[in-house]
Design a protein around this ligand. Sequence first.
Ligand SMILES: C[S@@+](CC[C@H](N)C(=O)[O-])C[C@H]1O[C@@H](n2cnc3c(N)ncnc32)[C@H](O)[C@@H]1O
Length: 295
Amino acid sequence: MSKVKKLQELILESTTLWDFPTQNYGDKPHGNNKYKGVTPAFVIWNLLQRYTKEGDLVVDPMCGSGTTIDVAKELNRKVIGYDLNIVRSDVKKNDARKIPLEDNSVDFVFIDSPYSDNLDYSDDKRCIGEISCEKTEFYDELEKVAKEIHRILKPNKAMAWLIGDQWIKKKFTPTSFLLYQRLEKLFETIDTICVTRHNQTSNTGLWHNRARRFNFYLRGYKLLFIMKKKSEEETAKPTKLKQKKIELEVAKERKVFEEKISAEEVARRIKKHEREFARKLLEPKPQETKQRRKK
Ligand SMILES: C[S@@+](CC[C@H](N)C(=O)[O-])C[C@H]1O[C@@H](n2cnc3c(N)ncnc32)[C@H](O)[C@@H]1O
């Protein structure tokens, strides 16, 4: 690969459509392109460039073959990768629904979760990839992971979640939208990215022909939700003292408002009174009317 080509590849994405023809970039491996459901390394490279700086702590709660670990280390970020399926020694075994890190301690989280029970990652019964995305339970379990991500992230810091939809046995399940509904309860959306899919097993001539003949679509993309943990002021529950202060402030505002209304009301009544007074003053008196008639 020429130097020019390498430089071209390392340009930050500028639109919401990301299309990387290969899982890896550069000369060294990032993760393992043979791992089931491996993440394109460039997705993580783009995210770390935009949302982190050198020395920041990056966490991947489902890091599989360790793509996040490799990209983060190369960019001089601190990194912790967890998974239930351990394929390399620097990945820590852990269930993503309980992350062993302090509250507000992490600068960025990347996660590429299972998006149904289509891939067999491991024999671990806790694997969320054992649950079908057609069941509510799937989203309940992912929401537990989302709550942990929210807890460990520092306020105002970002996380990115990559997820695909499912079309199986003539049934479409909008997994990404259903997950998004859970995520938006916790996070504020920065943007959504469409990541083109290249390496799925159905990307063969046979499947493309079947899709045309039997009138269905092959999955062409995954969605990447980039979201931010709201600041402490936005999320903090008010203490009793703060609550009292808020109530006093509201009462004060209401009084001013009511006073304003009554001042306006007074002005309206004076105007009305003035009009009536003027009308009476200008109205001819009954005696004057008689005299005018005589003339
Ligand atoms: C799409 S793969 C991640 C691929 C990874 N980003 C990479 O580039 O290799 C999803 C991963 O989620 C893991 N996983 C599923 N349920 C989990 C859980 N409850 N806790 C931790 N990891 C889990 C699976 O073992 C699998 O490695």
